[in-house]
Design a protein around this ligand. Structure first.
Ligand code: WTA
Length: 770
C-alpha cells in the first residue's frame, strides 16, 4: 500500500472555528426560524431587510458577480428580439423559505467565513479546501495551470486513486458500515446491504478480473451498459482502481446507442447485466449486447469480450444465447480471483477517470471526459457542503447511475465522504406512489435527491402518500430541470414535511458538479430559482452582443461561468476542437490569450438574474430537449427518422408536458409518391426506439406536406414548436412558404383555432441557436 502523505490542509483548524461559530449560527438561526414563521406573506426584499446582517440577507442581496468585459458578438442569436428577451419579467416574485435551526446547527457548511474564502480574490487557491477532502498519494504543487486555455489542469503534480478514496480509506473507521444499500424493485425482495469491507472485497476481485482476465490497464476504455444494480458501481470502482476509463451508458439506451458510444471511445470490452426489473416487468437486457457488438463492428471497433453480470446469482435470465469465446459470465470468472487484492494504481490528478456521453447540437453524442483529481475533489466538496452528507446519514439519490447525477451524487461524491448511499433498481411509482416513502421509512433515509419530473409524477399519482409514512428528511435536492414554484412547494410541504431544506441545483454533464445552488444552512430558499453561484463559481449572463445583463436587468440571456473550476470536463473525447468551439468560442474575445478571464464557459442555457442575486434557469437555448430531466439531442432523433427511406425531411421540437416537463414531437414530410399512413408513424417510433432507446419515444408524429422554411431552405423549428404548444408563430412573412404554416396548424390543432398561449421561454427560443 503506498504511503499517503496527506497534507492536513486548513480543515483541522476549521473544526475548532466551527465549534465557535456553531453557537453564533444557532442564535442567528433561532431568529431566522422565528421570522420565517412570521413572514408567511412577506416579499423577498422585505424579508431580506429584516435580517440585514445575517447571511441569509447577504445571500439574497448578493449582486451578480459579473465581468466588465465585453466579448465579441455571437453570430447565432438565441435572444434576438427585445420582446422575446423580456420573458423573464413576467415571473411572479416568490416568498422565501428558511432552513430550520436544527438543520443549521448540524450543517457541514454553516460558517460564513468559509464562504468568504471563495471570493474571487482567492481564486484558484480556494479550491484547496475541496482537494484537501481527499487522500493524495502525492500532494500537488500547482492548484491550477492555465497555460493552454481552455484545457485547464487542476492540482498539477498530484497523484491519487479515486477508488482508494471512495473505498479503502474508509475501512479504518467504517469497515462494517453500509456503503451501498441496494433496494430491488420487487417489493418482496430484501434490500442488500454492502458494507465498506464487502465493497472493498468485491471491487478488488472485480479489478483483478478486469486486469488479468480482460487484460485492461490504465488508460484503456471500457463501456458499461448496466441497470441500477450494485454491480454497476462495483465495476466503475474496479475500473477506477486500475486507472481504466469507464464509459457508462444509461441502461435505457438501445444496444445500437451503446455500440456507437463504445466505438467512439475505442472500448474492446463491454460489461452488461442479463436483465433487471423495471416498472413491474423483467427487462431482458443481454440481447442489446449483441446489437452493441454489431454496431461497434460497423463503426470499425472490434469488441473482443462481453462480461455479463447476472441479476440473480446462478440464474441466467436472458433469452439471448451466450456467444462462445466472446461472452463470459462474471460469476464464473470471479471464482479464480476470490479474495484477490489489487493495489490501487496511483493516477496523475489529470488522468481521465471516465467518459459520459451526452447530447449536443449535432447528431453525434459527445464523450465528456472527466479527470480524476479535480472531478473527485469537486464532487466530494459539493456533496459535503451542499448535500450536507455526514458519514452517519442515509442518503438516497433516485437518479440513475447511467447519468452524470448518478456518477457524481450516488457513487463518487457520497462514497468519497464515507456515506451510506441507497441504490434503487426501479421506477419511483412501482407498485404505487407510496414506494419511495416506504423505502425512506424502512431505511431511515434522511437526505433525498430527485428530479422535478419524479416529484410531479409522485404528486400526481399520490399527493397525500408521504403523510402516511414515518420518515424525516433533513435535506432534499431537485436537479435536472426547472421546477415550478407550485411543485417546489408540494415537495417542501408534503415530501419534506416542512422540515427539510431544499437545494435546487443547476449544473450539467460537462460541469461535473453543482454550479448554482443555495448553501443549505446559510441561504434562503426561493421556489423556482436555483439560487446564487456555488462556492468559487463566478457566473455572468450575457446577451448575444456580449453585453452583461446585470442583476435586476429583467432580461434573459446566456448564462456563462467566467472561471475554470475543478469539476469541469477536460475535453470531448477525441474532439478537442469541438470542445473549444462548443463551450468557449462564443464569448472568447482573444483565442491567443493565456488568461483564464478571456475563456468563459458557455453553458447553452438561458437564465435571468433578479435584483436579489438568485439565478433562475430558463432551459436550453440549443437543439437539446430536456425530457424528464434527460438531455435529448433533436438532431439525433431527426437522423433516426431520416434513416427511413420514405421520409424526406424531419424536424423534432419540444412540447410542454405536465409531468415530464418537455417531450419530443416529430414532424416529417414524405418523399414524392409516398402516401401518409399509420405504418409510417409506427415505423418512426420503432426506429427511434431501436436507434436511441425508449426514452426518446415521441409524443406525437405529424406527417406534413412540407416544412416551414426560410428562403435559404432552413427548417424553422421554432414555428413548429409554437404550433405544437399553441403559441404565437410570430412573424412568418419572411418564410419561403408562409402558407404552409396554416396548413400545419390545422393538421396539428384541427380546423378550429385554439386560443394562443404565452408559453415558456425555452420553447419561444427553440431552434434559434441552430
Ligand atoms: C438543465 C444534469 C433548471 C439545464 C445535471 C442543463 C436545470 C441541463 C437544472 C443539463 C436546474 C439542470 N434548473 N434546469 N436545477 N439542472 N438543468 O447534462 O438545461 O443531463 O443545461 O445534467 O439540464 O442536463 P444534464
Amino acid at each position: 500500500m503506498p504511503v499517503r502523505d496527506r497534507d492536513p490542509g486548513p480543515l483541522t483548524a476549521r473544526v475548532a472555528r466551527e465549534h465557535h461559530l456553531f453557537a453564533e449560527n444557532f442564535k442567528r438561526s433561532l431568529v431566522v426560524a422565528k421570522s420565517a414563521k412570521k413572514k408567511a406573506k412577506t416579499k423577498p426584499k422585505a424579508a431580506a431587510k429584516s435580517h440585514d446582517n445575517g447571511p441569509l440577507a447577504k445571500a439574497a442581496k448578493t449582486p451578480a458577480t459579473g465581468s466588465a468585459k465585453h466579448p465579441m458578438p455571437g453570430k447565432d442569436a438565441p435572444f434576438p428580439k427585445e420582446n422575446e428577451a423580456q420573458i423573464a419579467v413576467h415571473w411572479k416574485e416568490e416568498d422565501l423559505f428558511f432552513p430550520s435551526a436544527k438543520f443549521i446547527g448540524q450543517a457541514n457548511l454553516n460558517d460564513p467565513t468559509f464562504v468568504a474564502q471563495f471570493d474571487e480574490a482567492n481564486f484558484p487557491e480556494c479550491f484547496r479546501a475541496y482537494a484537501d477532502l481527499l487522500d493524495w498519494d502525492h500532494y500537488w504543487h500547482t492548484t491550477l495551470d492555465t497555460s493552454n486555455p481552455p484545457f485547464w489542469k487542476w492540482f498539477v503534480g498530484g497523484k491519487l486513486n479515486a477508488c482508494y478514496n471512495c473505498v479503502d480509506r474508509h475501512l479504518a473507521q467504517h469497515k462494517n458500515k453500509a456503503a451501498l444499500i441496494f433496494v430491488p424493485e420487487p417489493e418482496h425482495e430484501a434490500a442488500q446491504v454492502i458494507t465498506y469491507q464487502e465493497l472493498y472485497r468485491r471491487v478488488n476481485e472485480t479489478a483483478a478480473m478486469l486486469r488479468d482476465f480482460a487484460g485492461l490497464t490504465a488508460g484503456d476504455r471500457v463501456t458499461i451498459h448496466m441497470p441500477m444494480i450494485p454491480e454497476l458501481p462495483i465495476t466503475m470502482l474496479a475500473c477506477a482502481r486500475l486507472g481504466v476509463i469507464h464509459s457508462v451508458v444509461f441502461g435505457g439506451f438501445s444496444g445500437e446507442a451503446c455500440g456507437l458510444r463504445a466505438a467512439d471511445s475505442g472500448s474492446r470490452v463491454l460489461i452488461y447485466a442479463d436483465g433487471y426489473h423495471r416498472n413491474g416487468k423483467w427487462v431482458d437486457h443481454k440481447a442489446s449486447a449483441d446489437v452493441a457488438v454489431d454496431t461497434a463492428a460497423k463503426e470499425g471497433q472490434h469488441i473482443d469480450k462481453v462480461l455479463i453480470w447476472k441479476r440473480y446469482p446462478r440464474h441466467f435470465r436472458s433469452e439471448s444465447p451466450m456467444i462462445m469465446g466472446r461472452d463470459y459470465f462474471v460469476e464464473d470468472i470471479l471464482h479464480d480471483y476470490h479474495n484477490h487484492i489489487v493495489e490501487p494504481v496511483s493516477q496523475d490528478a489529470d488522468a481521465p477517470l471516465f467518459l459520459m456521453y451526452t447530447s449536443g447540437t449535432t447528431g453525434k453524442p459527445k464523450g465528456c471526459q472527466h479527470r480524476t483529481g479535480g472531478y473527485l475533489a469537486y464532487v466530494a466538496g459539493t456533496s459535503k457542503f451542499y448535500q450536507d452528507i455526514h458519514p452517519t446519514d442515509v442518503y438516497w439519490c433516485m437518479a440513475d447511475i447511467g447519468w452524470i447525477t448518478g456518477h457524481s451524487y450516488i457513487v463518487y461524491g457520497p462514497l468519497a465522504l464515507g456515506a451510506t448511499s441507497v441504490l434503487y433498481e426501479g421506477v419511483p411509482q412501482f407498485p404505487d406512489a407510496g414506494r419511495p416513502w416506504r423505502i425512506a421509512e424502512r431505511l431511515d433515509v434522511n437526505i433525498f435527491h430527485t428530479s422535478p419530473t419524479a416529484i410531479r409524477m409522485l404528486r400526481k399519482a399520490g399527493g397525500e402518500e408521504p403523510k402516511k409514512y414515518n420518515y424525516h428528511f433533513k435535506h432534499m435536492t431537485t436537479v435536472g430541470e426547472p421546477i415550478e414554484p407550485d411543485v417546489w412547494r408540494w415537495y417542501h410541504e408534503v415530501v419534506g414535511k416542512g422540515e427539510a431544506v431544499i437545494v435546487d441545483t443547476w449544473w450539467q454533464t460537462e460541469t461535473g458538479g453543482f454550479l448554482i445552488t443555495t448553501k443549505p444552512a446559510l441561504d434562503a430558499m426561493k421556489p423556482g430559482s436555483a439560487g446564487p453561484a456555488a462556492l468559487g463559481i463566478y457566473p455572468v449572463i450575457w446577451d448575444e452582443n456580449g453585453k452583461e445583463l446585470k442583476a435586476g436587468a429583467g432580461t434573459a440571456g446566456n448564462i456563462c461561468i467566467r472561471n475554470p473550476w475543478p469539476g469541469i470536463m477536460q475535453t470531448i473525447w477525441g474532439s478537442p476542437e469541438r470542445f473549444v468551439t462548443q463551450y468557449y468560442k462564443k464569448y472568447c474575445k482573444d483565442p491567443n490569450s493565456k488568461d483564464w478571464r478571456d475563456w468563459p464557459y458557455y453553458a447553452a442555457d438561458g437564465a435571468v438574474l433578479p435584483a436579489d442575486g438568485y439565478y433562475r434557469i430558463l432551459g436550453r437555448v440549443d437543439d437539446v430537449i430536456n425530457v424528464a430531466g434527460h438531455r435529448l439531442g433533436t438532431k439525433e432523433v431527426e437522423s433516426a427518422c431520416l434513416s427511413i427511406l420514405d421520409i424526406a425531411e424531419a424536424a423534432v421540437v419540444p412540447a410542454v408536458d405536465e409531468v415530464k416537463g418537455r417531450v419530443p414531437v416529430v414532424y416529417i414530410s414524405l418523399k414524392p409518391g409516398i402516401t401518409a399512413s399509420k405504418q409510417i408513424q409506427d415505423k418512426v417510433t420503432s426506429t427511434i426506439e431501436t436507434m436511441i432507446g425508449k426514452i426518446a419515444r415521441p409524443k406525437m408524429i405529424h406527417i406534413v406536406p412540407d416544412m416551414p422554411k426560410t428562403r435559404s431552405g432552413k427548417i424553422m423549428r421554432r414555428v413548429l414548436a409554437a404550433i405544437s404548444n399553441h403559441m404565437d408563430t410570430g412573424d412568418i412573412t419572411t418564410l419561403a412558404n408562409p402558407d404552409i404554416v396554416e396548413q400545419i396548424r390545422e393538421i396539428v390543432q384541427g380546423r378550429v383555432r385554439t386560443p394562443v398561449q404565452e408559453g415558456p421561454a425555452d420553447i419561444k427560443l427553440f431552434g434559434e441557436d441552430a
